[in-house]
Ligand binder design. Structure first.
Ligand code: BES
Ligand code: ZN
Ligand code: ZN
Length: 487
């Protein structure tokens, strides 16, 4: 997709499709009134005849027969004006692109909705939604003819905000692409080579620990989880130094299980294919660092991706095993399907050794968070209220929303083991599963400040939204990037 800002007067915008946001139950905005009169009051008639009312998500398209520069006009309903917020701007942008593509248009001009939101925010949101809506994972679909890419111009948008929105959305799409690729392709080694490729492009230091190095360092959690697979585990580290020398870094830790069969505690086969998305936390880290490096973020960042494939085999780790994690704490394995917390224990223990501003981990950690929050919010737990407040606000602004959940002595009790320091599952009944998981992680962060995001419900979607098609959503990329910008 080509995306630019154009300064044309609406009636003179040359494009195959020109879109307008129309609010429900209020008259046409001034800009549209002018166009309406050039079109012989077609729009007023359509509204009068109740063919289009401006309800959210409603669309109406018609030819303009040369009466204005654009060949057709697309009206998009955006609902009640008083309820209008940035997420509706994104829906509007997404619908505009999807409709233009359905009409096989090659050029689209989008007008800015007249609303109380800041022009910079609206411009960013529109650019982002267009680029996100344009993305489809179709690398494996045989195509008969090559689809032409859509040229979008945002009329009277703020150029800097559009450019930044474009960078964010392209980086989210980059993460989505990694999420969507098949598990036979995206192995721990693949993620390592992708990190190295990105590192070269963006001039970052990248180091990869393979099996031997993991053994030397005593990263027995990552090793244990990866032991059942021929695709050996990796711990991948990326360093981005945009901040002052010596300034404490923000450390990002991601769960990178490239496929989660459950291991010996094997999962049922229903929707098992979706467990290719169990590396979404690690993929998000690459997207976040891409945004930081390309926008010149003035912060020091360290990304740690704990990557393994969780499979049953003759060499797989077993329930009953006791693992010594990197920070020397021992873990009693009671369920090999609670593997995310085990690989994260090494990475968090390693992160906790370094002096950091904050450690943020991001993981498709528990089914329980999907029960609690669905696909609307990612779950958030942590030990630094200040950082969590910043994260929550960043979530609201970006639409990549997070909801704080509690940490409590009871949850810590749930993961105490009788024969080791911790056990990898809480109560056998799965009560507060996301919170016993978080309490487990907490045991490895030491004195560091720490925020944990559980993206199990938000990392991918099976019901497309106006600006998100099927598959990976890049959850966490936007909210954490915004968090870093506003920290
Ligand atoms: N990767 C899963 C969590 C998950 C489930 C993510 C559904 C997305 C959708 C994780 O490794 C897992 O299997 N967790 C178990 C933990 C349980 C055995 C304590 C779970 O949530 O059921
Ligand atoms: Zn699992
Ligand atoms: Zn998992």
């Amino acid at each position: 997709m080509k995306l630019k800002v154009a300064g044309e007067i609406l009636g003179k915008a040359k494009a195959e499709v020109l879109t307008f946001a129309v609010f429900e139950g209020v008259g046409l905005p001034k800009e549209l009134q002018k166009i309406d009169s050039s079109l012989g009051s077609t729009i007023s008639k359509i509204i009068k005849l109740k063919k289009f009312s401006g309800k959210r998500g409603e669309t109406y398209v018609f030819q303009t027969y040369g009466k204005i520069a654009a060949e057709s006009l697309l009206l998009i309903g955006v609902g009640k004006k008083e309820e209008f917020e940035l997420d509706h701007v994104r829906n509007y942008g997404g619908l505009a692109v999807k409709s233009a593509k359905a009409l096989k248009a090659e050029s689209l001009a989008i007008s800015i909705p007249s609303c109380k939101e800041k022009l910079s925010d609206v411009s960013h949101a529109l650019a982002e939604a267009c680029v996100l809506a344009d993305y489809v994972f179709d690398d494996y679909v045989t195509k008969e003819d090559i689809e032409k890419s859509l040229a979008v111009s945002i009329l009277s948008g703020d150029k800097n905000s559009v450019d930044y929105g474009l960078l964010v959305a392209e980086s989210i799409n980059y993460t989505r692409q990694l999420q969507n690729f098949p598990p036979a392709v995206v192995t721990p080694a693949y993620l390592a080579s992708e990190a190295q490729r990105m590192g070269k492009e963006l001039k970052l230091k990248v180091s990869v620990l393979g099996k031997k190095e993991l053994e030397k360092k005593g990263m027995n959690g990552i090793l244990a989880v990866g032991r059942g697979s021929v695709n050996e585990p990796r711990l991948i580290q990326l360093d981005y130094n945009g901040g002052k020398k010596g300034e404490k870094p923000v450390i990002l830790v991601g769960k990178g299980i490239t496929f989660d069969t459950g291991g010996i505690s094997i999962k049922p086969s229903r929707a098992l294919d979706e467990m290719k998305f169990d590396m979404s936390g690690a993929a998000a880290i690459l997207g976040i660092i891409r945004i930081a490096a390309k926008s010149g973020l003035k912060r020091n960042l360290i990304g740690l991706m704990a990557c393994a494939e969780n499979r049953p085999s003759a060499s797989a780790y077993l329930p009953g095993d006791i693992i010594k994690s990197y920070n020397k704490k021992t873990i009693e394995v009671l369920n090999t399907d609670a593997e995310g917390r085990i690989v994260l224990s090494d990475a968090l223990g390693y992160a906790a050794e370094m002096k950091s501003e904050i450690i943020i981990d991001i993981a498709t950690l528990t089914g329980a968070v999907v029960v609690a929050l669905g696909s609307t919010y990612s779950g958030m737990v942590g030990n630094s209220q200040k950082h969590m407040d910043t994260m929550k606000k960043a979530g609201e602004r970006t639409g990549d929303k997070v909801w704080q959940m509690p940490i409590h002595e009871d949850y810590r009790e749930m993961v105490k083991s009788k024969i080791a320091d911790v056990k990898n599952i809480g109560s056998g009944k799965g009560e507060a599963g996301s919170l016993s998981a978080a309490a487990f992680l907490e045991a490895f962060v030491g004195e560091s400040k720490w925020v944990h995001l559980d993206i199990a419900g938000t990392a991918w979607t099976t019901e497309p939204k106006p600006y998100f098609g099927l598959g990976g959503t890049g959850a966490g990329v936007h909210v954490i990037s915004e968090f870093l910008r506003t920290l």
